[in-house]
Design a protein around this ligand. Sequence first.
Ligand code: ZN
Length: 303
Amino acid sequence: MKGLVFLLLIFVFGFSKEMNLKKVEDNIYMVRGVDELPSLENAGFMSNAYGVLTEEGWVVIDTLSTPELSKKFLDQLQRVKRAPVKFAIITHYHPDHWYGAKTFKDAGAKMVAHRGLYELYKSGIAKSILEEANKNFRGLYKSVQLVEPDIVVDNYKKLKVGKEEFEIIAMTPAHTNSDLVIYMPKKKVLFAGDLVYQKRVPFMADRNASSKGWEEALKKMKNMDIKVLLGGHNDPMDKSAIDYTLGYITYLRQNIKKMKEEGKFIDEIKATLQDTPYKSDAMYQQFHNANIFKVDSELDVEP
Ligand SMILES: [Zn+2]
């Protein structure tokens, strides 16, 4: 009996890590990563990637954490339709969105990214970050090879592929200094990268993040005509996710600001903010305290 339970657990656990391509909308497909930090156990499959099928071929949004994962994803897209990958658009420079990119370049795609990612690559800093991350995550990124963007976006770029239009809009600084969102006007679909969540706490502690810029980015998105919101994490969302994300960021900023004005120090601020309306949401344990520290230090230098 015990053996059977054990086997069942292995089956369920193993099954949960499988990569299953799901159709989200007409011609839009996704794979959904788990809500965890990267680990050898989840093989770094803790973020989403999307494929949009056009008459000319695939457009991929985000490329997962490793070449192993991105090859699996590409295989699954090719099983839906054997067609070239025209573009791979990277929403920002974090490993779980960028590190699988080489697979798509090798397949002939043009890689599209924000200036911030391009500069991180060109400066060599991206390479040091990769080496450090590979050590910290026990070799998880050992087969990653960073690749250079072919198309660099500063503010805005429109791509026409087949009958589809992809409006690539910079929203920086926010989650990082390299954030892009991709809007498909006919479908009213917005690919939001790591800028929008539902019932999941955002990661705000990147050294180039700006909580103030992030609030502004979310306010811009609120003015857009969006039917479906597809994020770097989470299942498909609707527009209410923008309010959720804005709610958390503003809650942190306002509370920390108030306590700082009252002369409170970071330890007290952190202790006071342990119990919040967001405490049962995904990734709270992993990100919330780091977010408090980051926002606190941002407020120190904000005019
Ligand atoms: Zn990210």
